[in-house]
Structures are given as C-alpha cells and as structure tokens.
Ligand binder design. Structure first.
Ligand SMILES: [Zn+2]
Ligand SMILES: [Zn+2]
Length: 392
C-alpha cells in the first residue's frame, strides 16, 4: 500500500508540475511573428540565455531566417537561435501574439509561456505551454462563447479535459501534445470575457469521464439530435459501447431540430442508381425511390440489403443529418429532417436545455453517455497503476 501511495504522490507531482504543450496558429505557416506585452512580465531566452525582459508597451519579433530563428527587439538584433522561450516571471501572466508573415493574422492572447522553434518546413513552430485550467477555459470559449448555464460549461469542461488527457501524445512527433484546431480541440485564445467558464473549470477540477472498461472515454458531441441520438455504428464503423441511441425530448423545440431540403428528382435518382445500383425497375423498390420514412433513426435507405448508407446520402447531398423522411412534390424530392450533426454522443442543444431545467453536469453527461463514470483523474491514475492495467 505504502508503495502505491508513494507512486501516487510522485505521479501527482509530475502531472501537476507539467504544463500542456499546445501547437498554436497551426493553420498558417507563420514565418514572422510579433509577441507583445499584455499582463505581468516575461523574460525572453534565446537557446537558454536570457536576452531580454518584455516591459509594458514592448514587443519582440521572431523571424525565420534559414534554419534559425532571428530575435529582434525594436531596432536591436538579439541574435539567431534554434529555440526562443518567452517565460512568465510569475504564474498566470499573459502575452499577445500576432502573425506578420506570410499573412497578417489577428492578434490573440494566451496565458503562461511560449516556445518557438523552427518547424520541418520553412515556418516557425509556436507552442503555448499552458496550465490545464487556462487551456480548458480557452477551449470552451473558442467553441461556444458566452451566455450559457454553468452546468453546461461544466459538461464541456469534463469532456474537454478527458479528451486532452486521453490524447497527450497525439502530436508527439511534432513536439507538442495537441494542436489548436478542431482536429484536436479548437483553442484560439485565452479566456477573455466569460468568468462563469473559469468557475465551471475550477468546480470540476480533475474530473474525467471513463467508460465501463475504465478507459478514458471520448466525449463525442454535435449540435442537435432532433429527438433521438444515433447509434455510433450507424455513423462510424466501430460500435462505441457508451454511445447508444437515446430519446431526447430536451432539444426538439429548438431552431435546429427540424430542416427541409429540396433536391431535383433527376439528381436524386441518378445518385441512387449510379452509385448504389438502386433497383428502379423492381416492382416494389422502384415505387419507393422517392418515398421513405424513419420513425426512429435508421442506418440505411429503405432496407440494409440495398446497401445505401444514410451517412453517404448526408455527405453527398450536404444534409444536416441522416434522420429524414422523403416524398415527391412535382419535379422535386422533398427531404424533411430532424437534427444537425452526426448524432453520436452528446446533443449540445439538449444539454443546454437540461442545464436550464436544473440538471447538474453529471446527470447531463450520464443521460447522453451510457454507463460512464466521472472520476478524479489522479484517483484514476492511482487505480490504474495499482492494478497495473493497460487502460490508457
Ligand atoms: Zn490536432
Ligand atoms: Zn437532442
């Protein structure tokens, strides 16, 4: 027992001391960047030698020149380095960053530290070394903005934290853990205008979602289910045990719960016949080419034996969801649908409504994710080490 407690303390210290490494401004191959004062003070290091302290109103410029980074302050050239670190002098300071080349990119603000190195191409690899709560608050604000109930923000905090801790090695080859794009989780700035988000992050501190096999679970989400979430294997090939279809009455009276789309009759017929060999000449199926209904969500058009996945129709015709009925009106095929998004996991608009009705974040998560547990991450790590199981 004593041994496990020691391991736990060691792991806790390790994990708490660690900052997340997030690759930021990943969408632009930046070659020239300006880092400016915002709050607190920062020391600037070139290959571990202190070169400057950024004072209020000051900034430093970093340019890629050949295979080095050129550090410039005002008119002073401070040298050429492999790595430039912009390090806060006390915890929780923040800085501003702006891409200058190849495009001007709107200024962003981040907390904690910044590490710049050359990347594999001709750009600068920009890594924000950030404390977990600051990262999560930035993710939540990037993904949805303000004005929501705190219990909904807590749901987002738990799902985003679980995702981050479950994917720490996603970009390991590039020298950081997660990128700032939807490929990982959108993270476009520090939290700037929603104090409730920060409160939600702190009040769910260390809480993660694990599945029945004790693995960190993937908190899939989408905008609106239209009244029923989807079985995961209707959308992806692997069934996910905790993403089962649930009936959801919370989102049905919202704007995105219903949609209509009209498609030319010939376009519909051509796609179904040419791509899937739809049996138009068959006496039964021929008559049903333009007539289809789903009382509850299905995976295939008409019957599975015809081999027409609804997810393919959704992609091809750019439909909001796979849950729709079909009928003919003159020369047009009318699709009447429910929901917006892939439908697997948590329905965001349903969850928002639940939070307004007084459901707490744990109840909301367990409504959408079947059989999951919410645990303290460090207890989970302790348990994992104690039983030496391969759960990550
Ligand atoms: Zn990524
Ligand atoms: Zn819903």
């Amino acid at each position: 027992m004593r041994k496990y407690v020691l391991i736990l303390i060691f792991t806790l210290n390790q994990a708490l001391a660690q900052q997340l490494k997030i690759g930021v401004l990943r969408a632009y191959n930046i070659t020239d960047v300006l880092v400016s004062y915002h709050k607190g003070s920062y020391n600037v290091y070139g290959d571990s030698l202190k070169k400057h302290t950024i004072l209020p109103t000051e900034s430093v410029q970093i340019k890629r020149v050949g295979d080095k980074l050129n550090l410039i302050q005002g008119v002073r050239n401070l040298g050429y380095f492999d790595t430039i670190r912009i390090q806060e002098t006390l915890p929780n300071h923040s800085f501003r960053i702006q891409g200058l080349k190849p495009y001007k990119i709107k200024e962003r603000k981040y907390k904690n530290n910044l590490l710049l190195t050359t990347d594999e191409l001709k750009g600068i690899k920009i890594i924000n070394e950030v404390e977990m709560p600051n990262y999560l608050a930035g993710v939540i604000e990037s993904e949805g903005g303000g004005g929501r109930h705190i219990e909904y923000y807590k749901v987002q905090a738990v799902l985003s934290r679980t995702y981050a801790l479950g994917h720490l090695k996603k970009h390991i080859k590039e020298g950081f853990s997660l990128c700032d794009r939807v490929h990982c989780q959108a993270y476009h700035k520090m939290l700037t205008y929603t104090p409730t988000i920060q409160k939600a992050v702190l009040e769910t501190k260390h809480i993660v979602m694990v599945d029945q096999n004790f693995k960190l679970a993937n908190g899939f989400f989408f905008a609106n289910c239209g009244g029923q979430t989807s079985e995961s294997d209707f959308v992806w090939n692997n069934p996910i045990p905790y993403c089962r279809s649930v009936r959801d009455t919370f989102c049905v009276h919202t704007k995105q719960a219903h949609w209509t789309k009209k498609i030319k009759k010939t376009e519909w017929e051509n796609y179904l016949v040419n791509h899937f060999g739809y049996p138009v000449k068959d006496s039964i199926w021929g008559a049903l080419l333009y007539s289809f209904s789903q009382k509850q969500r299905k995976a295939f058009y008409q019957i599975p034996q015809l081999g027409i996945p609804l997810r393919d129709l959704r992609t091809h015709f750019k439909l909001k969801s796979t849950w729709f009925d079909v009928y003919l009106e003159g020369n047009e095929v009318v699709l009447k649908g429910h929901g917006f998004g892939h439908g697997v996991g948590l329905c965001q608009e349903g969850a928002m409504k639940m939070s307004k009705y007084g459901y707490t974040y744990d109840k909301i998560i367990r409504f959408y994710f079947y059989g999951v547990y919410l645990l303290d991450y460090y207890k989970w790590l302790y348990f994992k080490q104690k039983y030496n199981s391969e759960v990550m």
